[in-house]
Design a protein around this ligand. Structure first.
Ligand SMILES: NC(=O)c1ccc[n+]([C@@H]2O[C@H](COP(=O)([O-])OP(=O)(O)OC[C@H]3O[C@@H](n4cnc5c(N)ncnc54)[C@H](OP(=O)(O)O)[C@@H]3O)[C@@H](O)[C@H]2O)c1
Length: 335
């Protein structure tokens, strides 16, 4: 396993990280998770040197953090725990974001909600410090909190020893710059996959130039790029994969194109003796500006497979061929 520092911080995190959204379970994932298996998955990751574990309070309304807390008990020093603040559902502070599982979710980066959130996360994670604390989504109107106010609160929590490093997520380049002007932001987490390459236009080069670590998410397009979500797959109501605004590649006509493309990469998976998931993860990790790739991982079998990408180095011609193929696929057709 390779490790890279989170920006200028002293936190060294594995290049492949375990994404713990799925471990929160719930309707968004189509089927529930088994907490005992989730704990085993995280512990196996730590045993194999995958120390970066990304979670958030909103993943299963605290369940994902609780599972992470259970898994790291007795091995806290082996883990780089990344969690988030800014999605708030205790009351109506902040700006309404969305409704999920019957709960109204607000975007709030107000200091008073962050101070409550950090204590809740520390309790659920059974720890007295968080390695990387990220703002989940930027604050927005009508109740936008000025970035300096949010950053002042985060810096105070860092000075109190509750946070080792501060990161952001889902920000525009302008928002990232504004955060950086207020203090040391060591990482940016955002959606990036071979089928969703917009960050290559601005965020990725900027982060590379300014020593900001990048944590990519949905890099497997929620399993589509493993080749295991076939045309016959039935999705349940509320499953995030059916959210066509976020997941247009799951629409049948688009999915067909992706599956056909993946089929043509058999020459590559044969050459490297790897699976499609491993090929995709290795390609993602090799892109300019990408420092860390988060892979949502439900169980030990998926973990073992994804870990197999850690030492997979694709040759430049093959990296270029994959890029050529995904560019040729074009944009997904709308619903
Ligand atoms: N900051 C944000 O706003 C934000 C947003 C999204 C995600 N994230 C973070 O990024 C992480 C990764 O994103 P993600 O989980 O949404 O998407 P992802 O990593 O693209 O996909 C994860 C899903 O793909 C399937 N999968 C993974 N490995 C597999 C394998 N080897 N074989 C077959 N299927 C496999 C699993 O689904 P099944 O088990 O259901 O088949 C798994 O839950 C999240 O867990 C979270 O930590 C952050």
């Amino acid at each position: 396993m390779k490790y890279k520092p989170l920006g200028a911080s002293d936190v060294s995190a594995s290049v492949l990280g375990l994404g713990a959204w799925v471990l929160g379970g719930g309707a968004v994932w189509g089927k529930d998770t088994d907490d005992r298996e989730s704990v085993k998955t995280i512990q196996a990751a730590l045993d194999e040197g995958m120390n970066l574990i990304d979670t958030a309070p909103a993943y299963g309304w605290g369940r994902s953090e609780r599972v992470v807390g259970e898994a790291i008990r007795g091995r806290r020093d082996k883990a780089v725990v990344a969690t988030k603040c800014g999605l708030w559902w205790a009351d109506d502070r902040g700006s309404f974001f969305t409704e999920l599982d019957g709960k109204r979710l607000y975007r709030s980066l107000r200091p008073d909600t962050i101070e409550i959130e950090v204590e809740n996360s520390l309790r659920r994670l059974r720890t007295d410090y968080i390695d990387l604390y990220q703002t989940h989504w930027p604050s927005c109107p009508p109740e936008a909190t000025p970035v300096p106010d949010t950053m002042a609160c985060l810096l105070k929590l860092r000075d109190q020893g509750k946070l080792r490093a501060i990161g952001v997520s889902n920000v525009s380049l302008a928002e990232l710059r504004e955060n950086l002007e207020c203090g040391p932001v060591v990482s940016d987490q955002f959606r990036y996959s071979m089928l969703h390459r917009q960050p290559e236009q601005d965020i990725l080069p900027f982060c590379a130039q300014h020593n900001v670590a990048t944590l990519t998410y949905m890099s497997l397009e929620q399993g589509l790029l493993t080749g295991k979500v076939g045309m016959d797959r039935q999705f349940s109501a509320g499953e995030f994969r059916t959210n066509t605004a976020w997941n247009p590649w799951y629409l049948p006509a688009n999915r067909r194109k992706v599956l056909d493309l993946l089929g043509r990469w058999k020459t590559l998976t044969d050459k490297y003796h790897c699976t499609l998931a491993q090929l995709v993860i290795a390609w993602t990790a090799a892109q300019t500006g990408v420092t860390h790739v988060l892979c949502g991982t439900r169980n030990p079998a998926q973990l073992r497979e994804n870990l197999g990408a850690a030492d997979l180095a694709l040759e430049p011609d093959d990296l270029a061929r994959i890029r050529h193929d995904v560019v040729a696929l074009g944009e997904p057709a709308p619903a």
